[in-house]
Design a protein around this ligand. Structure first.
Ligand SMILES: *Cc1c(COP(=O)(O)O)cnc(C)c1O
Length: 846
């Protein structure tokens, strides 16, 4: 069944469906494309300007509009014309071949299924917390732009993540408004006969119904699951209530719904993806469900089925510390998946447990990231530095392998530029680079944007800053009013900031490792910086602390009290309830975006990338993406590029460095104006940052990289293994078993070297037992020097073993290094298998 052929019903009866043209409006309102393509904004504005401004949710605007208003607008020829033009544009865009179809017309890749616990697509669909959801949402949008065949799977939360209020004492209060599905731009997923698609799963012996929904994101479909079905027990109806809420028992159920329910949903729609992309380990149960389907189709064992499906799975890890992974106790896993292992997978429960544990550690809890690695054919971190950190974090899965060879690569995240650019920035980029600039290769963007004249860039900065100041005033006044502050203070809120003042921004989760209070290290020095009469500075802050994180909440209050105590409202504003819509305003308006994490905890970070397209500059710790983006020409860097753990002395030193950077570089450069009132050096920095960094840190680049480096090879490898009822998978299991049983019998003899001219002839005797030379790879290995890669040189076997049973391997090596730097090693090498990911064996000669 093709999902597009399903007839998708609308929400129950709020709309007067008989009005001609309403179906067109409905179709426009239900396509989240409006979250980045602002062509339809005027339409919604006409229907209800205030509601549109407040929610940016066309679906709510449409549902709220009176029958008379709808009737009147739909009868208005001008309105009709706008609607028709939008539909024509939408249809033409859908029909146009996209980057993927042009670049890979013969590709075996038909479908990538993307799994994520959260998606940040629009403030109108609050099913996200922050960074992880941002990555998922922005990649879906770019996949739509590029025509990469992705479908996505997630959860619909009745409450989502908490909403933040700042009370009169400046403390965070958590609110949980209900996400009314009727107000969200989603529709129930209906079967052709009109029945709502509901899926039964089993949790702890109980049948649980999952409801299904769909969200249209341009050309990409996002399917959501929730458990709030009237047929369920109350305890089960709440499984999908809160994002990252509750304890581990709730979490494992959510992850079963996501991974296993999600897989079942795809099957019910007749979607058979070649590639499953796991955005973080939460979704790792999908690898079990996918293997089980292959078992059912072929009769293979679980081990063989996993060997077939594994290369079709990709795991992206986003965590920089071991404590960040989800762990479940063996008892909890047994409760929810014990029967599943035995009955559905045909394996003892202990075998399932070992998939989530380090080798030979039977005391460990079950780690979802380890399951993901065991179940995927490729693994990547989300920045170059995070790739390195991840190779260390997961080194324990690959005992005796050099860290550099731990099979984890990286794809640096990027952001969906059309979602984050301001109207003014969009205009500049469109003039310089054309309307289709984010839909294909990005090769010409840098050169074109470099041509934009100084005054246009400075005008962009000025107008964006003005908008942010206006937004901040309105928002803060409302926030103070709601909190019950005095009318005087509310009036002050309506007057904060200044249009011409250097504007800094800091918004992200308030957790200790992000050091959101670094600027408060020396309050006097900071106040002097802010209130310098010639060269003032203003700072807008936002961010939520996890509701149970007392330290994070205290960090927020430290800021709000600092502002109140020193009466700094003119210069520092803390805005409550950071969300996507606010993020848009902030990243469009600030001159400089600050980020102060403790290296290497920020796996990537994306908010700083959002200012690039708007001509904002970054001042950030050399962590995550900034460690690879920074050059002195494009921004400012904090830290020495080393790790310092949780060291107060280092924090103090970096706070000092931050003040000094601001005092001696950032502020003077911003206020150094030429005769036209333009800060020439600043503008040159903007130009370089826009030209070199914007394309590089766009989700367009990220998604093309995933497609070419991961999705396409994964689809090919999966097809090879799946052919002939998974014959290759079964063969791999046989080979692996044979190698396993013989491995301990492998034995190196004495390595010998002869000097030959300026080279060495290495001789390495190796007893292979019953293994054949084509089942192993024998290499010389020499450690690299700092900053250089290790040397690996394949050794060639003699035609036959000698009488003592040794097969002699040799190689002639020309090297300036002493022969003693080299040792020999042997690793498995059988057809198609990825070593060490799929087989970790390695034997060193010494
Ligand atoms: C971009 C964004 C994030 C992620 O930003 P980081 O720099 O990775 O912390 C979080 N929340 C919102 C609302 C965002 O827009």
């Amino acid at each position: 069944m093709n999902p597009d052929s399903l007839k998708f019903g609308q929400q129950p009866g709020f709309l007067p469906t008989e009005l001609p043209g309403l179906d067109t409006l409905t179709e426009l309102a239900l396509d989240l494309q409006w979250s980045w393509n602002h062509a339809a904004d005027a339409l919604w504005q006409q229907l209800d300007a205030e509601l549109w401004d407040r929610t940016h949710n066309p679906w709510i605007v449409l549902q709220t509009a009176s029958r008379e208003a709808l009737k009147q607008h739909l009868a208005d020829p001008a309105f009709q014309g706008q609607m028709a033009a939008l539909m024509a544009h939408k249809q033409a865009a859908a029909a146009r071949p996209k980057w993927f179809q042009q670049q890979h017309p013969e590709s075996p890749l038909r479908c990538v299924a993307y799994f994520s616990m959260e998606y940040m697509l629009s403030e109108a669909l609050p099913i996200y917390v922050g960074g992880l959801g941002n990555v998922a949402g922005d990649q879906l949008k770019s996949a739509s732009d590029l025509g990469v065949p992705v479908v996505a799977v997630g959860l619909l939360y009745q409450q989502g993540y908490f909403r933040q209020e700042i009370d009169r004492q400046g403390a965070q209060q958590a609110r949980f408004p209900y996400n009314d599905p009727g107000q969200l731009p989603i529709t129930p997923l209906r079967l052709p006969n009109g029945e709502w698609l509901r899926l039964p799963i089993t949790l702890s012996g109980f049948p649980v119904w999952l409801r299904t929904w769909q969200v249209r994101v341009g050309g990409v479909m996002l399917y959501l699951l929730d458990s709030n079905d009237a047929a369920n027990l109350p305890v089960h109806r709440g499984i999908t209530a809160e994002l990252y809420g509750g304890g581990m028992e709730l979490r494992i159920q959510q992850e079963i719904v996501l991974g296993m329910g999600g897989w079942q949903l795809l099957r019910a729609l007749g979607i058979a993806p070649e590639v499953c992309h796991l955005n973080e380990g939460h979704a790792a149960f999908v690898v079990l469900a996918r293997a089980r389907t292959f078992m059912q189709e072929t009769g293979l064992s679980f081990e063989a089925a996993l060997a077939v499906t594994r290369p079709g799975n990709l795991f992206t890890t986003h965590t920089a510390v071991a404590a960040g992974f989800d762990h479940f106790s063996p008892a909890l896993l047994e409760q929810f998946l014990g029967d599943y292992a035995r009955q559905e997978l045909g394996i003892p429960f202990d075998t399932l447990l070992t998939l989530g544990r380090h080798p030979g550690n039977p005391a460990e809890s079950f780690n979802m990231a380890l399951l993901a690695i065991r179940g995927c054919g490729a693994v990547n971190g989300v920045s170059q530095l995070h790739g390195e950190v991840s190779r260390q974090l997961f080194g324990g899965l690959f005992p005796r392998w050099p860290t550099a060879e731990v099979p984890i690569g990286h794809v640096t995240n990027g952001v969906h530029m059309p979602s984050w650019d301001s109207e003014a920035a969009d205009a500049i980029w469109t003039t310089a680079c054309g309307k289709e600039r984010w839909r294909g290769g990005l090769d010409t963007l840098a050169e074109n944007i470099r041509q934009v004249p100084d005054d246009a860039l400075w005008e962009l900065r000025t107008s964006c800053r003005q908008e942010l100041v206006a937004y901040t005033r309105a928002r803060l006044a409302r926030q103070f009013l709601v909190a019950g502050h005095s009318p005087e203070l509310v009036a002050v809120a309506g007057q904060v900031f200044d249009d011409r003042t250097l504007t800094l921004g800091f918004a992200r989760r308030f957790v200790a490792y992000k050091r959101p209070n670094l600027l408060l290290h020396n309050p006097e020095r900071f106040i002097r910086l802010l209130t310098n009469p010639e060269q003032p500075v203003q700072l807008v802050l936002a961010g939520k602390a996890p509701p149970s994180d007392e330290i994070g909440k205290a960090l927020i209050q430290q800021w709000t009290q600092f502002i109140a105590e020193h009466n700094l409202h003119q210069h520092v504003v803390f805005l409550s309830d950071y969300d996507m819509l606010m993020a848009e305003h902030l990243v469009q308006g600030v001159d400089v975006w600050l980020n102060t994490p403790r290296r290497p905890w920020e796996a990537c970070g994306t908010s700083g990338m959002k200012v690039l397209v708007n001509g904002g500059l970054n001042l950030s710790e050399l962590d995550g993406w900034w460690a690879e983006a920074y050059t002195p020409a494009v921004g400012w860097a904090l830290g020495d590029g080393q790790q310092h753990a949780n060291d107060p002395a280092q924090d103090a030193a970096e706070a000092d460095a931050l003040y000094t950077l601001l005092e001696t570089q950032v502020v003077p450069e911003f206020y150094a104006r030429d005769a036209q009132g333009i800060p020439a050096r600043w503008v040159e920095r903007m130009r370089r940052s826009m030209a070199t960094l914007t394309p590089q840190f766009s989700a367009n680049r990220t998604v093309r990289q995933y497609t070419q480096d991961y999705y396409l090879p994964a689809a090919t490898r999966y097809a090879q293994r799946a052919a002939n009822q998974g014959a290759a998978g079964a063969a791999i299991v046989r080979q692996r078993q044979q190698i396993a049983s013989e491995w301990d019998k492998l034995e190196f003899g004495e390595l010998q070297t002869e000097s030959v001219a300026n080279s060495y002839q290495f001789h390495v005797p190796l007893r292979l037992g019953i293994l054949t030379p084509d089942q192993v790879l024998v290499e010389l290995y020499a450690q690299g020097f700092p900053g250089t890669a290790a040397q690996r040189i394949p050794l060639q076997p003699a035609a036959a073993p000698t009488a003592d049973g040794y097969l002699h391997y040799q190689a002639l090596v020309t090297t300036p290094r002493p022969a003693t730097d080299f040792t020999a090693r042997v690793v498995p090498a059988y057809k198609g298998v990825a070593v060490p990911l799929e087989d970790q064996r390695i034997l060193w000669q010494r």
